[in-house]
Design a binder for this molecule. Structure first.
Ligand code: PHE
Length: 447
């Protein structure tokens, strides 16, 4: 498709907003706190931050440059540059579809919690045990979570067929500043809770004795998941950037914002976890138990929980849009289907998988893959295998195969490389792939 015919976002600010809309989501507010809680708190945070800085940021720049250089979807981008590498694009499309499938389920939970906040029966008492029970009975229900996941799939679908520009841009613009503000208020509130300091210590004081090879892989996988990289989402999004968008600045701002939201989520959750006597290693339920128990202690609890879950729904929606868009753009451009047909196929496939993922936590619990439910195996396969592998191959490609002048032209349209360029290139060529290789080998028990 020619450059003029493709939709573009409305300029620099919007590029940051839509890319941040993709990055900021349940990864920051649901997945990050529960992984940190299960894997040593502060030590996990340190490894996570290192992964964001050393691998995440260079990789985001790499993906952006592939998108602006080719103006194609993930598969098309690799193919346009080097046919043999299009397998990295295919892996990315697969990852996007699989992530979307379980993401819709969790997004559905947030929608259900939002509805219950409005009817104000979510925060009716202060006993954490009752929130655990409520969460488990909801998630295991054969119908309710399935319906919410499907509603989310349809909402995403509608925004996608309305068009890239209008739908995505508008949603991100309103949500981000409000989300930051509410997180800030809640973080201050949590830190001031009785016993909150204990949680702050857990989250901020690293105890490296808890770190294993697997913890490192989990933290790196989470960094990719949270930044939406390693699967070509940012290639697709950058293909819509206006030609004067600064890749470096956009990547920097998105990385900072995404990391800030994750850290804020930790500051909201952990003090409250310790204050209410909740187990930090509760797993995927952690946030869904902790948040209602925070709201129940606040004046106007129904108001706060409604606002918060509404924001979470919107944050999740801007992420599901980006996952859906990656797959839809691929189907539309590579299979030469209309946008509506491409979107319909994507929604049908991921919606069906979402139903299975949701039921795998309830009535189909006993069917497992390598000891994991279908839901857990989708999460594990994508975040801990496909994304790090995709990231590894993308670094190798951009560092060693991608035409150097073309890469430089994406980063420095005025032709003058910045002072950071040699370091950045060194990171992409050597540091990122070597770190990823070592982590993989370590986890496979090879070293
Ligand atoms: N980054 C999103 C989040 O943190 C999830 C996501 C992953 C979106 C990969 C797109 C691609 O919630």
């Amino acid at each position: 498709m020619s450059e003029e015919k493709r939709a573009t976002f409305g300029g620099r600010i919007s590029a940051v907003l839509v890319a941040a809309g993709s990055a900021v989501g349940l990864g920051n507010i649901w997945r990050f706190p529960y992984l940190a809680g299960e894997n040593g708190g502060g030590a996990f945070l340190v490894i996570y931050l290192a992964a964001v800085l050393l691998i995440g940021f260079p990789l985001m720049i790499s993906e952006f440059s592939l998108g602006t250089a080719t103006r194609h979807n993930a598969v098309g981008a690799f193919r346009a540059l080097n046919r043999r590498w299009s397998v990295v694009g295919y892996m990315g499309i697969l990852s996007s579809a699989l992530i979307l499938s379980f993401y819709l389920v969790v997004a559905g939970w947030t929608a259900e919690y939002m509805v219950h906040s409005v009817t104000s029966d979510l925060v009716s008492n202060t006993d954490p045990a009752s929130y655990v029970a409520a969460f488990e009975s909801f998630v295991g229900h054969p119908l309710k979570p399935v319906i919410y996941a499907l509603i989310f799939a349809v909402a995403t679908h509608l925004i996608i067929v309305l068009g890239v520009q209008r739908g995505i841009e508008r949603a991100s613009k309103v949500m981000m500043p409000v989300l930051l503000l509410v997180l800030l208020v809640l973080a201050v509130n949590s830190v001031l809770m009785p016993g909150g300091m204990e949680g702050l210590k857990f989250f901020l004081k690293p105890d490296f004795s808890k770190i294993t090879a697997e913890t490192i892989l989990l933290a790196v996988g989470q960094a990719f998941f949270s930044l939406s990289i390693g699967l070509g989402t940012m290639i697709t999004y950058a293909s819509y950037f206006k030609s004067d968008t600064s890749i470096k600045q956009t990547a920097m701002q998105v990385t900072l914002l995404d990391t800030f939201v994750a850290v804020m989520a930790g500051l909201v959750i952990f003090p409250a976890v310790f204050s209410a006597g909740i187990e930090p290693g509760s797993g995927p339920s952690l946030v869904f138990i902790t948040l209602p128990s925070i709201f129940s202690t606040l004046p106007m609890s129904g108001f706060w929980s409604t606002i918060f879950f509404l924001l979470l729904v919107l944050a999740a929606l801007t992420s599901t849009i980006s996952l859906h868009e990656s797959v839809t753009a691929y189907v539309e451009e590579e299979w030469k289907l209309s946008r509506t047909k491409a979107a319909r196929l994507t929604t049908l496939l991921t919606g069906a998988l979402a139903v299975v993922a949701s039921l795998s936590l309830g009535i189909w619990k006993e069917y497992t893959i390598c000891g994991m439910t279908f839901f857990d195996s989708l999460d594990y396969l994508t975040a801990n295998i496909l994304l790090p592998l995709g990231a590894f191959l993308t670094c190798l490609f951009v560092g060693w195969k991608f035409d150097r002048t073309l890469f430089e032209r994406q980063l420095y349209p005025n032709g003058i490389p910045g002072r950071e360029y040699p370091l950045l290139r060194f990171m992409i060529r050597y540091i990122c792939p070597i770190i990823l290789f070592v982590i993989f080998s370590d986890n496979l028990g090879l070293i």
